[in-house]
Design a protein around this ligand. Structure first.
Ligand SMILES: [Cu+2]
Length: 106
């Protein structure tokens, strides 16, 4: 009986990890499709904020506008200046909007 329970536990663990892998793949492709274009309007490196005039953000259902985004790492702001064309992935975290994968537009 104990063996059977162990076998069931093992199957659950395997099923669980298969689910995580499938989930991770989904997140990756969603991110690839979510890259948005923008122009830098203002940079506030001390507060890790950047104002972007962005195009449509399909992944979070937002129309084009100018707004402030937070960045997670000041290094993402290095080398950028007002007027630069950039691309980024917009993410909503609670009431905050975060610009990730921020980089000069190709
Ligand atoms: Cu916006």
């Amino acid at each position: 009986m104990k063996k059977l329970l162990n076998a069931i536990a093992m199957v659950s663990v395997l099923a669980g990890s298969a689910f995580s892998i499938a989930n991770a793949a989904e997140v990756t492709s969603a991110t690839a499709a979510a890259v948005s274009q923008a122009e830098v309007r203002k940079i506030d490196a001390a507060n890790l904020k950047i104002t972007l005039r962005h195009g449509p953000l399909a992944n979070i259902g937002m129309p084009p506008m100018t707004m402030v985004f937070t960045v997670q790492d000041g290094a993402e702001l290095e080398g950028l200046k007002v007027g630069d064309k950039v691309q980024f992935v917009a993410q909503q975290q609670g009431s905050q909007f975060v610009a990730t994968e921020l980089q000069p537009a190709p």
